[in-house]
Design a protein around this ligand. Structure first.
Ligand SMILES: [Zn+2]
Length: 584
């Protein structure tokens, strides 16, 4: 299902209006050819978020985010690419393509099962909530008050109560065999020697939602003494513990807006923070935090704070989280680690010292990831000369896991200066390829290649005006070069009506969506400027040819050509200058 045929994606794009997709989140006002609004991805007071209706793209001049309709759904609502395609296809009234009748049937069956399961889980959640607010939930409600949870939090997060004893599910949903099997499949019942039994009994219930907000499972907290303190739904086809973050769907918007994200350990902590007007926390659900969850966290906020208890278990959990984030860390990310006083959690601290004191802890006591790493290494290694050796050795092992070469070198230097021991790991990684430097997004003056690509994408008809040698034009940015070759080969093909060149490129180069959007949205490249850029490109091509040339006669010819081009370029640039002055 993940591999949609290109024609289908084109079809979806041609029936989608990016203005409508974005308009649900951002208020857009017309400004020249484009629409402008406040960027939903970074905090700003004056609009730098531009949407182009005819290009069907958006681009933020403040933070560099850009793309088309699919990308927007992915960035804004956390959809995966296939999910975004499906969502927009459905809105456009298109049926999803199927490879063959069997897989079609299977997928439809799965989709139907999923719909049913999520529907049932929502009904279960409603039933628990009704219990909490009814007379049976009196004690549980008192417990939420005693824990300091405001009434509106209890309602907004749809807390519930699973009554004591067995048989609640049957009482609510009946004893029909198919129904019971469904309840077992979603994790609410389990089988024992006497038949079906309720998994959750006598617990305060926290519905756990997936990133799109559907209830996929539950966490149940015992009130008072008893084990386990928290019980979670078992893993089901709809509830994958390593995927889910409690609080994510509820807090996504606030996290984006405030640019703050707090990773905490318990559901109660998430809610306590929300109760103190800090709806910015998420928690793993029944597992320690894993790589997929970390990716999700960094996608939402580049500087999350990870909160841990200040006891031994807390240090161990922090170390685990740090090790898991090594492969995905980038210089742009600034995670911090906050250790709370021994025996405290965010919930207890907030009740004790209030919001202000907690916030100042977040700003003044959270330590950058590098410091946390150094401290952790020291703690592991112990003292003395062999301690230093152990520290260097462990550091080496951990640096191997990092995929960002620049960051690894910076961390390596830090350990070397701290221990005085030279680490083994070499500059380039043996197991991971070094990521290619991304195009710079905030360049004020567009670079030559940027202007060249922008000129082509903004007016694809220019492709046919390029000189013959343009087929050899060389852009020494691998990605640009690939895109350019595609653009060049695209000329003249007008097979799909309603699909712009940019949309084609977006589909074929999903990794370059941002660049493509920027080219389309940046200041229009005038014909005269484009002519000058093309001359410049021709000159560079010549210079390359000259350096590879051994034949004297040929070199002389090229040099003559170069001189001519230079002269032409000079004249043209003078003309541009002239026009520019005339405009002022
Ligand atoms: Zn922005």
């Amino acid at each position: 299902m993940a591999n949609f045929p290109p024609q289908f994606i084109d079809e979806v794009l041609s029936r989608t209006d990016v203005i409508e997709v974005i308009g649900r989140h951002v208020e857009l006002k017309r400004s020249g050819a484009n629409l402008m609004g406040l960027c939903p991805f970074h905090h700003e007071k004056s609009p730098s978020f531009s949407v182009s209706a005819d290009k069907q793209l958006y681009y933020c001049f403040g933070c560099g985010k850009g793309g088309g309709a699919f990308q927007f759904l992915m960035d804004m609502d956390g959809y995966s690419f296939p999910e975004a395609v499906e969502y927009l296809a459905e809105k456009a009234g298109l049926e999803l393509p199927q490879d063959n009748p069997e897989s079609r049937e299977k997928e439809q069956k799965q989709a139907a099962q999923r719909r049913k399961a999520l529907q049932l889980l929502q009904e279960v959640s409603d039933a628990f909530a009704a219990q909490l607010h009814g007379s049976a939930g009196h004690k549980a409600m008192a417990y939420t008050k005693q824990r300091g949870l405001p009434e509106h939090i209890v309602r907004d997060y749809q807390l519930g109560f699973a009554p004591d004893g067995y048989g609640f599910m049957q009482r609510v949903f009946g004893a029909d065999a198919r129904r019971l099997a469904q309840l077992e499949a979603v994790g609410m019942l389990f089988k024992n020697e006497r038949g079906y039994a309720d998994r959750f009994r006598g617990r305060l219930m926290f519905p756990i939602r997936d990133k799109r907000g559907a209830v996929v499972g539950f966490g149940g907290r015992i009130m008072g003494e008893g084990e386990p303190k928290y019980l979670n739904s078992p893993e089901t086809p709809w509830y994958h513990k390593s995927d889910v973050l409690y609080g994510l769907s509820e807090h996504r918007d606030a996290i984006r807006k405030r640019k703050m994200l707090l990773v905490v350990e318990g559901y109660m902590d998430v809610l306590a923070l929300a109760g103190f007007d800090l709806p910015i926390a998420v928690a793993a659900s029944g597992t320690s935090i894993g790589e997929r969850q970390l990716r999700e966290i960094f996608r939402l906020c580049e500087s999350p704070i990870f909160c841990f208890d200040g006891d031994k278990a807390g240090y161990q959990a922090a170390w685990r989280a740090l090790e898991r984030m090594l492969p995905i860390l980038k210089p742009e990310y600034q995670p911090k680690f906050l250790y709370l006083p021994d025996g405290e959690d965010p919930d207890s601290l907030l009740q004790k010292e209030g919001k202000g004191a907690f916030e100042s802890r977040m700003t003044s006591q959270a330590k950058p990831v590098l410091d946390t790493w150094m401290l952790g290494l020291q703690r592991l290694a112990g003292s003395g000369a062999d301690g230093l050796a152990r520290m260097a050795k462990k550091a080496d092992q951990m640096l191997e896991k990092m995929s960002d070469n620049y960051l690894r070198q910076a961390w390596k230097q830090k350990v070397e200066s701290e221990t005085g021991i030279q680490l083994q790991i070499i500059g380039s990684n043996r197991r991971f390829s070094v990521p290619k430097p991304r195009a710079v997004h905030l360049q004020v003056k567009p670079m030559l290649y940027d202007e060249f690509m922008a000129g082509l994408l903004q007016k694809p008809e220019r492709i046919s005006t390029l000189p013959e040698e343009a087929k050899d034009f060389f852009l020494d940015n691998e990605l640009y070069y690939q895109i350019y070759t595609r653009v060049f080969s695209w000329q003249g093909s007008k097979t799909d009506q309603g699909i712009t060149l940019a949309q084609h490129l977006q589909r074929d180069f999903p990794e370059a969506v941002q660049e493509i959007a920027r080219w389309m949205n940046q200041e229009p490249v005038l014909d005269i400027n484009f002519a000058s850029v093309v001359l410049d490109m021709r000159m560079r091509l010549l210079q390359r040819q000259m350096t590879n040339q051994n034949d004297l006669a040929e070199t002389t010819r090229l040099a003559k050509l170069e001189a001519e081009l230079k002269q032409e370029l000079k004249t043209l640039n003078a003309e541009i200058e002239e026009q520019h002055r005339g405009n002022e």
